[in-house]
Design a protein around this ligand. Structure first.
Ligand code: CTP
Length: 212
Protein backbone atom coordinates (compact mmCIF):
# COMPACT_ATOMS: atom_id res chain seq x y z
CA UNK A 1 0.00 0.00 0.00
CA UNK A 2 0.97 3.62 -0.34
CA UNK A 3 0.74 5.35 3.03
CA UNK A 4 0.62 9.10 3.47
CA UNK A 5 1.29 10.03 7.10
CA UNK A 6 1.36 13.43 8.76
CA UNK A 7 3.13 14.18 12.02
CA UNK A 8 4.09 16.90 14.45
CA UNK A 9 2.70 20.33 15.18
CA UNK A 10 2.29 23.21 12.78
CA UNK A 11 3.85 26.61 13.41
CA UNK A 12 1.75 29.61 12.54
CA UNK A 13 4.08 32.56 12.22
CA UNK A 14 3.36 36.08 13.44
CA UNK A 15 6.72 37.32 12.22
CA UNK A 16 10.06 35.65 11.29
CA UNK A 17 10.88 34.77 14.90
CA UNK A 18 7.51 34.19 16.58
CA UNK A 19 4.81 31.64 16.03
CA UNK A 20 1.77 29.95 17.56
CA UNK A 21 2.24 26.21 18.01
CA UNK A 22 1.31 23.26 20.21
CA UNK A 23 3.24 20.67 22.19
CA UNK A 24 3.05 17.79 19.69
CA UNK A 25 6.39 15.96 19.42
CA UNK A 26 5.63 14.07 16.20
CA UNK A 27 6.57 10.72 17.79
CA UNK A 28 3.26 8.97 17.02
CA UNK A 29 3.24 9.91 13.33
CA UNK A 30 6.91 8.98 12.91
CA UNK A 31 6.27 5.61 14.60
CA UNK A 32 3.39 4.94 12.18
CA UNK A 33 5.53 5.88 9.17
CA UNK A 34 8.35 3.64 10.40
CA UNK A 35 6.01 0.70 11.05
CA UNK A 36 4.28 1.02 7.66
CA UNK A 37 7.71 0.94 6.01
CA UNK A 38 8.72 -2.09 8.08
CA UNK A 39 5.59 -3.84 6.79
CA UNK A 40 6.76 -3.26 3.22
CA UNK A 41 4.54 -0.33 2.30
CA UNK A 42 5.60 2.78 0.40
CA UNK A 43 5.52 5.67 2.83
CA UNK A 44 5.45 9.41 2.45
CA UNK A 45 5.70 11.40 5.66
CA UNK A 46 4.67 15.04 5.82
CA UNK A 47 6.08 16.51 8.99
CA UNK A 48 5.65 19.75 10.84
CA UNK A 49 8.67 21.03 12.82
CA UNK A 50 10.01 18.28 15.12
CA UNK A 51 13.34 17.25 16.65
CA UNK A 52 13.02 13.68 15.39
CA UNK A 53 15.43 11.81 13.15
CA UNK A 54 13.92 11.13 9.70
CA UNK A 55 13.02 7.44 9.39
CA UNK A 56 14.98 5.43 6.79
CA UNK A 57 13.45 4.48 3.46
CA UNK A 58 10.68 7.03 3.68
CA UNK A 59 10.00 10.10 1.57
CA UNK A 60 9.99 13.04 3.99
CA UNK A 61 8.45 16.43 3.25
CA UNK A 62 9.02 19.09 5.88
CA UNK A 63 6.40 21.78 6.28
CA UNK A 64 5.83 24.60 8.74
CA UNK A 65 2.24 25.81 8.72
CA UNK A 66 -1.18 24.20 8.37
CA UNK A 67 -1.57 25.80 4.94
CA UNK A 68 1.72 24.34 3.72
CA UNK A 69 0.81 20.94 5.17
CA UNK A 70 -2.49 21.06 3.29
CA UNK A 71 -0.71 21.87 0.04
CA UNK A 72 1.78 19.01 0.51
CA UNK A 73 -1.06 16.56 1.22
CA UNK A 74 -3.02 17.71 -1.82
CA UNK A 75 -0.01 17.01 -4.01
CA UNK A 76 0.25 13.41 -2.86
CA UNK A 77 -3.20 12.27 -1.86
CA UNK A 78 -4.24 11.00 -5.27
CA UNK A 79 -1.30 8.59 -5.35
CA UNK A 80 -2.03 7.24 -1.85
CA UNK A 81 -4.19 4.42 -0.54
CA UNK A 82 -4.28 5.55 3.07
CA UNK A 83 -3.93 8.87 4.88
CA UNK A 84 -3.07 8.77 8.58
CA UNK A 85 -3.46 12.26 9.96
CA UNK A 86 -1.44 12.16 13.18
CA UNK A 87 -0.35 15.81 12.94
CA UNK A 88 -1.65 18.30 15.49
CA UNK A 89 -2.73 20.89 12.95
CA UNK A 90 -3.32 24.40 14.31
CA UNK A 91 -6.97 25.35 14.02
CA UNK A 92 -6.11 29.06 13.65
CA UNK A 93 -3.38 31.23 12.18
CA UNK A 94 -2.64 34.93 12.68
CA UNK A 95 -4.71 37.10 10.36
CA UNK A 96 -1.50 38.94 9.46
CA UNK A 97 2.05 37.67 9.34
CA UNK A 98 4.74 40.34 9.28
CA UNK A 99 7.92 39.85 7.24
CA UNK A 100 9.76 42.12 9.70
CA UNK A 101 10.09 41.46 13.42
CA UNK A 102 7.20 43.03 15.32
CA UNK A 103 8.49 45.69 17.72
CA UNK A 104 7.18 46.12 21.22
CA UNK A 105 4.84 48.95 21.99
CA UNK A 106 3.27 50.32 25.14
CA UNK A 107 0.28 48.62 26.72
CA UNK A 108 -1.54 45.40 25.90
CA UNK A 109 -1.79 43.95 22.46
CA UNK A 110 -3.98 41.28 20.90
CA UNK A 111 -3.59 38.93 17.97
CA UNK A 112 -6.35 38.52 15.41
CA UNK A 113 -6.71 34.91 14.26
CA UNK A 114 -8.43 33.39 11.27
CA UNK A 115 -9.46 29.72 11.02
CA UNK A 116 -7.31 27.24 9.15
CA UNK A 117 -9.05 24.78 6.86
CA UNK A 118 -9.86 21.40 8.39
CA UNK A 119 -7.60 19.32 6.14
CA UNK A 120 -8.92 15.92 7.18
CA UNK A 121 -12.52 17.11 7.02
CA UNK A 122 -12.02 18.42 3.48
CA UNK A 123 -10.61 15.10 2.31
CA UNK A 124 -13.36 13.13 4.06
CA UNK A 125 -16.08 15.25 2.50
CA UNK A 126 -14.45 14.97 -0.95
CA UNK A 127 -15.22 11.23 -0.81
CA UNK A 128 -11.64 10.34 -1.58
CA UNK A 129 -11.73 6.53 -1.88
CA UNK A 130 -8.73 5.69 0.33
CA UNK A 131 -8.58 4.65 3.97
CA UNK A 132 -8.85 7.69 6.22
CA UNK A 133 -7.49 7.66 9.77
CA UNK A 134 -7.67 10.54 12.21
CA UNK A 135 -6.52 11.35 15.70
CA UNK A 136 -8.51 13.16 18.33
CA UNK A 137 -7.06 14.80 21.39
CA UNK A 138 -9.69 15.32 24.05
CA UNK A 139 -9.46 16.62 27.60
CA UNK A 140 -13.09 15.91 28.52
CA UNK A 141 -16.26 14.19 27.24
CA UNK A 142 -13.86 12.50 24.91
CA UNK A 143 -15.65 9.66 23.26
CA UNK A 144 -18.78 11.50 22.13
CA UNK A 145 -16.70 14.32 20.59
CA UNK A 146 -14.34 11.83 18.94
CA UNK A 147 -17.33 9.95 17.49
CA UNK A 148 -18.63 13.25 16.07
CA UNK A 149 -15.26 13.83 14.38
CA UNK A 150 -15.25 10.27 13.06
CA UNK A 151 -18.66 10.83 11.45
CA UNK A 152 -18.21 14.41 10.27
CA UNK A 153 -14.80 13.79 8.71
CA UNK A 154 -16.00 10.43 7.27
CA UNK A 155 -13.11 8.46 8.72
CA UNK A 156 -12.56 4.71 8.79
CA UNK A 157 -11.34 5.02 12.35
CA UNK A 158 -10.13 7.60 14.83
CA UNK A 159 -7.55 7.26 17.59
CA UNK A 160 -8.76 9.15 20.61
CA UNK A 161 -6.12 10.05 23.15
CA UNK A 162 -5.47 12.43 26.03
CA UNK A 163 -2.98 15.27 26.60
CA UNK A 164 -0.72 12.97 28.68
CA UNK A 165 0.25 11.34 25.37
CA UNK A 166 1.94 14.49 24.09
CA UNK A 167 5.70 14.08 23.98
CA UNK A 168 5.51 10.70 25.73
CA UNK A 169 6.89 7.43 24.35
CA UNK A 170 3.70 5.63 25.35
CA UNK A 171 0.02 6.13 24.67
CA UNK A 172 -3.33 5.23 26.16
CA UNK A 173 -5.99 5.47 23.48
CA UNK A 174 -9.42 4.32 22.37
CA UNK A 175 -9.76 3.49 18.71
CA UNK A 176 -13.29 4.17 17.45
CA UNK A 177 -14.50 2.64 14.19
CA UNK A 178 -17.17 3.84 11.79
CA UNK A 179 -19.15 0.62 12.32
CA UNK A 180 -19.44 1.28 16.06
CA UNK A 181 -16.61 -1.01 17.25
CA UNK A 182 -14.07 0.26 19.74
CA UNK A 183 -10.69 -0.98 20.85
CA UNK A 184 -8.59 0.13 23.82
CA UNK A 185 -4.81 0.51 23.87
CA UNK A 186 -3.68 0.82 27.46
CA UNK A 187 -0.31 2.40 28.19
CA UNK A 188 1.51 0.85 25.25
CA UNK A 189 4.61 2.19 23.51
CA UNK A 190 3.97 4.29 20.43
CA UNK A 191 5.73 1.58 18.41
CA UNK A 192 3.15 -0.98 19.60
CA UNK A 193 0.28 1.42 18.92
CA UNK A 194 1.70 2.06 15.43
CA UNK A 195 1.73 -1.69 14.76
CA UNK A 196 -1.97 -1.92 15.57
CA UNK A 197 -2.90 1.22 13.59
CA UNK A 198 -1.06 0.04 10.46
CA UNK A 199 -2.70 -3.43 10.69
CA UNK A 200 -6.11 -1.83 11.06
CA UNK A 201 -5.49 0.38 8.02
CA UNK A 202 -4.43 -2.69 6.01
CA UNK A 203 -7.62 -4.49 7.12
CA UNK A 204 -9.79 -1.49 6.22
CA UNK A 205 -8.33 -1.43 2.71
CA UNK A 206 -8.84 -5.18 2.25
CA UNK A 207 -12.43 -4.87 3.38
CA UNK A 208 -12.97 -1.99 0.98
CA UNK A 209 -11.58 -4.01 -1.93
CA UNK A 210 -13.81 -7.00 -1.10
CA UNK A 211 -16.99 -4.93 -1.01
CA UNK A 212 -16.30 -3.38 -4.41
N1 CTP B 1 -7.10 18.20 11.65
C1 CTP B 1 -6.93 18.67 10.36
N2 CTP B 1 -6.97 20.01 10.10
C2 CTP B 1 -7.19 20.88 11.11
C3 CTP B 1 -7.37 20.42 12.44
C4 CTP B 1 -7.31 19.06 12.67
O1 CTP B 1 -6.74 17.87 9.43
N3 CTP B 1 -7.22 22.19 10.83
C5 CTP B 1 -7.08 16.74 11.88
C6 CTP B 1 -6.03 16.27 12.89
O2 CTP B 1 -4.84 15.92 12.22
C7 CTP B 1 -6.69 15.05 13.53
C8 CTP B 1 -8.17 15.37 13.46
O3 CTP B 1 -8.31 16.37 12.44
O4 CTP B 1 -6.44 13.87 12.82
C9 CTP B 1 -8.79 15.86 14.73
O5 CTP B 1 -8.05 16.93 15.23
P1 CTP B 1 -8.47 17.64 16.61
O6 CTP B 1 -7.59 18.82 16.83
O7 CTP B 1 -8.61 16.62 17.71
O8 CTP B 1 -9.94 18.10 16.30
P2 CTP B 1 -10.57 19.32 15.55
O9 CTP B 1 -11.31 18.77 14.38
O10 CTP B 1 -9.55 20.38 15.29
O11 CTP B 1 -11.64 19.80 16.62
P3 CTP B 1 -11.42 20.51 18.06
O12 CTP B 1 -10.09 21.18 18.01
O13 CTP B 1 -12.56 21.45 18.14
O14 CTP B 1 -11.50 19.42 19.09
Amino acid sequence: MKFLVTAGPTHEHLDPVRFLANASSGKMGYAIAREARRRGHTVSLISGPTHLRPPRGIRLTKVISAMSMRQAIKKEIRRSHCLVMAAAVADYRPAKSSSAKIRKGKGPRSIALVPNPDILGEIGRSRWPGVLVGFSLETETGEARARDKLRQKRLDFIVQNAPATIGSDSITATILFSDGRREILKQVSKAVAARRIVRLAEDARKERQQTR
